[in-house]
Design a protein around this ligand. Structure first.
Ligand SMILES: [Zn+2]
Length: 87
C-alpha cells in the first residue's frame, strides 16, 4: 500500500476503525514544553545533557489519537531542526 501525505492526514484506528486526530507528544522541562523527537541510533551518555543527541538525525514525532478508544499511533516523518541541542 502506497502511503501518500493525504493518507497520513486522515488515518483510521487500527483497533476500532474510527478516525484519528493529529497531534504531538510534549515533554515538560520546568517551564518549557518540548515536542518529542525520534533520534537515530542508540542513546549515548553525556555529562551535560544526560543523553548525547548532537549530530544525530532527529525527527519530530507526530502522534495520531483515536477519537473513540484513545489508541495512539506515532510517526517520525519530518526532520526536526528545532532547538533540542544545547551543545
Ligand atoms: Zn480506536
Amino acid at each position: 500500500m502506497q502511503m501518500g501525505k493525504k493518507d497520513i492526514e486522515t488515518r483510521c484506528c487500527a483497533k476500532c476503525g474510527q478516525w484519528m486526530q493529529k497531534g504531538f507528544i510534549v515533554e515538560q522541562n520546568l517551564t518549557n514544553y518540548i515536542p518529542s523527537v525520534w533520534v537515530e541510533g542508540s542513546p549515548e551518555p553525556s555529562f551535560w545533557t544526560i543523553t548525547k543527541i548532537a549530530g544525530k538525525t532527529k525527527r519530530l514525532v507526530v502522534s495520531y489519537r483515536c477519537v473513540e478508544c484513545g489508541y495512539l499511533e506515532s510517526y517520525a516523518t519530518h526532520e526536526w531542526k528545532g532547538k533540542v541541542d544545547p551543545e
